[in-house]
Design a protein around this ligand. Structure first.
Ligand code: HEM
Length: 539
């Protein structure tokens, strides 16, 4: 009976009629036997691959039947548990959760060997049905798995955000930094909002050419809520459809989650299209201000983007840049409170190179090696994304005797790499000198770190496409902040110092950063306010 069942299944599958003419039977039998052979070979292949995977998988914590390691992987702060496991199982270990084989990399070297040197087969992303395909219509660039679509995003992003291209945003960043510090002089209690507005405003202005945004602006809130919605449904276990992909095909009348998700996507698309329409209007009126969205509108046909695709692209660039940069600035402030001697050393450098008559500018960067080392150390010490983003293997491969099958999710544990005790024995100490040679003029970095000394911008071909913009933003914010203020811990009503914890972290889904804390910003000299005012007016 088996053959007839198979034939029926096959004929139904390829759309053949059941009542085939007798004359076609020989052909049908050939098809039928080829089909059996394919199924048997497929089954044997699958069995062999599974055996290979079991036998040659990197070591890892013991698995339970069916559930694998699902109950051992925490929902938050996974990088900390993964770091512990790496101490026991080594720099490459594996985990199994239902439907997914995961490999975690914990040293710069294994990450460079696998994700950088073989980046052509490790540049995929796992499928994010709810967050990317439904809520974002397939346009959430960092989550896009389709190679062709991703390549188009990447090429277009590179045109606007390469090391060279981002220089055109320097005046926007300088103005935003001076404005944020001016707000800090006038409203020091709101420093965290002022710096959040700096990060969001500078990327908004670079993408849409808008004037600076106020702290708490509805635009900042909108992008934050977009990111938080997309990341919350994308976390493992949050959306059933990511476990059972077939559910994506349910009709909307049967699936409220899908109906609501698609409606949300349409509403967001309208907003993002309006942002772009506003840019188009200003361009038509002859405004010359350079912005990414304007350039993209001119090149969108070449890159193969629809109107909606290009509207989402611009908004996603804003989303990728705002919270990450703000989180790094907050960690820098915390470090300055805990290591004031570093702050004073940086201020001495600024006083020599910049002086007190003007605020720092980009052209000073070359002569401020200590400030540059502080930026690296901030990103090493408290990476805003301690697990970077998941990559997937798009082909089977081997690494040092371990088999990594196609479809494996590969995670680079940035946290473990940046705190590798064999490279940084004092990894918990904030010490920018580790990135300078004996003369303290030239930057140095350990091997396999792209000369950066950290892996905070990720790996291989999926390395953060906004990293040059972020580095510029961090430079001008940190230099202007240190030039203008002594950053001090708060004191209680009796004058006793309240030291904020340097070890606590909060995980917002997109970024990991210190929980909110107070600090005192004391202007370093009487003219700070006047100089910042002049800088804002000039830029
Ligand atoms: C301190 C600030 C930032 C940090 C720490 C950071 C970190 C990261 C990381 C870890 C990744 C994933 C890399 C990987 O998959 O291996 C990433 C991807 C990405 N970042 Fe950033 N980022 C920052 C700023 C920015 C900025 C300013 C922008 C936009 C201008 C941006 C846009 C993106 C985009 C679009 C991707 C996806 C790239 C792709 O999938 O090919 N990021 N970032």
């Amino acid at each position: 009976m088996l053959p007839s069942n198979f034939t029926q299944a096959y004929t139904a599958f390829v759309g053949l009629q059941q009542d085939v003419e007798a004359a076609t039977l020989p052909t049908l039998w050939t098809i039928q036997y080829s089909f059996y052979i394919a199924v048997v070979l497929g089954g044997v292949g699958h069995f062999l691959r599974s055996a290979l995977q079991r036998r040659h998988a990197p070591p890892g914590p013991p698995r339970l039947p069916f559930l694998g390691n699902a109950l051992q992987v925490p929902r938050q702060f996974q990088f900390i548990q993964f770091n512990e496991w790496s101490k026991k199982y080594g720099p490459i270990f594996s985990l199994d959760v239902p439907g997914k084989h995961i490999v975690v990399l914990s040293t710069f070297k294994v990450a460079a060997d696998i994700l950088d040197r073989h980046s052509n087969i490790y540049n995929g992303r796992p499928r994010f049905i709810m967050s990317n395909e439904i809520l974002s219509g397939g346009y959430f660039f960092p989550l896009v798995g389709d190679k062709d679509v991703w390549r188009r995003f990447r090429r277009a992003a590179h045109e606007g955000f390469s090391a060279r291209a981002v220089e055109k945003y320097q005046s926007i960043l300088s103005e935003a930094a001076s404005l944020a510090m001016l707000r800090n002089v006038r409203h020091p209690g709101g420093w965290e909002h002022n710096l959040e507005a700096f990060a969001a405003s500078s990327i908004f202005s670079s993408v849409y050419g808008w004037p600076a945004l106020e702290p708490g602006s509805p635009h900042i809130q909108r992008i934050k809520s977009m990111v938080s919605r997309i990341t919350s449904v994308g976390t493992p276990g949050a959306s059933l459809v990511d476990f059972f992909p077939v559910m994506k095909h349910l009709p909307t009348w049967m699936a409220k989650w899908k109906r609501e998700g698609l409606a949300w996507h349409e509403a967001e698309s309208e907003v993002f299209k309006k942002f772009n329409a506003d840019v188009a209007e200003r361009m038509a009126a002859g405004e010359e201000k350079i912005c990414f969205a304007a350039e993209l509108m001119e090149t969108q046909v070449k890159h193969g983007f629809s109107e909606k695709g290009s509207a989402w692209f611009s908004a996603v660039m804003v989303a990728g840049g705002a919270d990450t940069t703000a989180a790094a600035v907050v960690s820098f402030i915390l470090a300055m409170i805990h290591w004031p001697e570093i702050m004073h050393k940086a201020q001495a450098e600024l006083d020599v190179v910049v002086g007190k008559e003007r605020a720092p500018r980009f052209r000073d960067k070359e002569n401020l090696p200590y400030i540059r080392a502080i930026i690296r150390e901030t990103l090493r010490w408290r990476p805003p994304g301690p697990l970077a983003a998941p990559h997937t293997a798009t082909e089977d491969s081997w690494y040092e005797g371990y088999f990594i099958p196609k479809g494996t999710v590969v995670l680079g544990n940035v946290w473990a790499m940046n705190r590798d005790p064999s490279i940084y024995p004092d990894y918990d100490v904030f010490r920018p000198e580790r990135f300078l040679d004996a003369s303290e003029k030239t930057e140095i970095a350990p091997p396999h770190t792209h000369q950066m000394g950290h892996a905070t911008y990720g790996f291989g071909r999926r390395t953060c496409v906004g990293m040059h913009f972020a580095d510029q933003a961090l430079f001008i914010a940190i230099a202007t902040m240190l030039w203008a203020f002594d950053i001090q811990p708060p004191v209680d009503e009796r004058g006793a110092v309240i030291m904020p914890s340097k070890d606590e972290l909060v995980d917002s889904g997109l970024v990991v950063q210190p929980p909110p804390f107070d600090c005192r910003l004391v202007t370093r000299f009487p003219d700070v306010e006047a100089v910042l005012e002049a800088a804002v007016a000039r830029d």
